[in-house]
Design a protein around this ligand. Structure first.
Ligand SMILES: [Fe+2]
Ligand SMILES: [Fe+2]
Length: 374
């Protein structure tokens, strides 16, 4: 006989469940369990916490620790065998769903010149952020995009896509970001391999950024009604330029410095329905105030070095390092340099939080908005 207790989650607070086990109640709970049911008051306080309780922990993945291991995978497996040759970021609190944080997946993928992964499609929305190398490309539904460091490219839900590195290029490493854990939690994931394994390039190379990438301009005959951005590629140079220009004329956000969101140029909304992305600039010496909000966030340092304090823990980062901020974790960022700016790329599930009415934000009131470092 088990001596299971059913009153572990009791709270002596008005309006919360506070029922003590008695032999009669325990017998009753066992009868309910036999009928595949249960008494809500035994679990209510657990399943409805007062505020979000993330199972993810803040993690910093240092590129200098990972790079060698990522490169070694080239000798160990072929892209043909592996499907995708990726070292994924495995949050200690989310190993059951292979998430980097919350419901977001991320990994580092490597390819040698002349290599190409097979074309496929899936229900997950995906992006990649190029970390190093020359000659990387992505093909999305027949549109080929050439990619350089700090470029950001979309492979939205349901599109045929594949990645490779041209024979004249160098070994490339990029960060993948997907909503695989979310799609699996919703039990909505499909995956398909392209019948020809590789897809044909059916449009001029880099046509989508050429058509949709004009600053403040919309193509006259541009028809686009798909639920994701037609501007599949967002290049580093104009993004950085926009941040620098912005930083010269405004204070920016007290929590994020100069923060700009990548948008779908047709709607002004996020690049994909389930994943948003942004780039933010911290001016020399800038240290932001702490706040917290719902949603899961993965950052990659595109430029510079500094640190972030996440739930009282300090993480020192430099270019190419990746770190995550779990939902409802207090966080603040600082640029450690007195002379150079620091730039952080970020992708997140903000569009999910916002479209479902679940977004909430709170500034840290105490201590002038700065956390005590544990
Ligand atoms: Fe994919
Ligand atoms: Fe934030």
């Amino acid at each position: 006989m088990s001596n299971t207790s059913y009153d572990t989650y009791r709270e002596s607070v008005a309006g919360r469940a506070d029922v003590e086990d008695t032999p009669e109640l325990v017998a009753y709970y066992k009868e309910l369990a036999a009928l595949k049911t249960g008494a809500l008051w035994t679990v209510a306080n657990k399943i409805e916490p007062w505020q979000p309780k993330s199972e993810s922990v803040p993690v910093l993945w240092r590129f200098r620790d990972l790079r060698e291991h990522v490169l070694r995978s080239v000798d160990l497996v072929t892209p043909e065998k592996a499907g995708r040759r990726v070292v994924y970021l495995n949050n200690p609190g989310r190993q059951d769903v292979s998430a980097a944080v919350g419901w977001l997946y991320s990994g580092l993928q490597v390819m040698h010149p002349g290599e190409a992964a097979s074309a496929h499609a899936h229900s997950s929305s995906a992006l990649r952020f190029i970390m190093e190398g020359r000659g990387a490309y992505t093909i999305v539904d027949g549109h080929k995009m050439t990619l350089n460091a700090n470029d950001f490219v979309l492979t939205p839900n349901g599109t045929w896509h594949e990645h490779g590195v041209s024979a004249e290029g160098t070994t490339c490493i990029w960060q993948d970001g997907l909503d695989i854990p979310l799609v699996n939690a919703l039990e909505a994931g499909f995956y398909a391999v392209h019948p020809d394994l590789q897809q044909a390039v059916t449009h001029a190379v880099d046509d989508m950024p050429a058509i949709w990438g004009g600053k403040g301009l919309r193509p006259h005959d541009g028809n686009w009604s798909k639920p994701y951005s037609p501007l599949f590629k967002y290049e580093w140079a104009p993004t950085y330029e926009a941040l620098v220009r912005h930083s010269k004329v405004t204070e920016g956000s007290p929590f994020d410095g100069v923060l700009m969101h990548y948008i779908n140029p047709v709607t002004g909304g996020p690049v994909m329905p389930t994943i948003g992305a942004s780039m933010q600039l911290l001016r020399p010496g800038e240290a932001t105030r702490a706040h917290r909000h719902t949603g899961s966030f993965i950052y990659q340092v595109a430029k510079g070095s500094g640190y972030s304090i996440i739930n009282g823990q300090r993480f020192d980062w430099t270019e190419r390092d990746i770190f995550c901020v779990p939902s409802w974790a207090f966080h603040e960022h600082a640029n450690a340099s007195a002379s150079d700016d620091a730039v952080l790329f970020c992708f997140n599930d903000l569009p999910v939080m916002q479209s479902l009415g679940l977004y909430r934000e709170q500034a840290l009131a105490e201590n002038d908005g700065h956390q005590a470092v544990l």
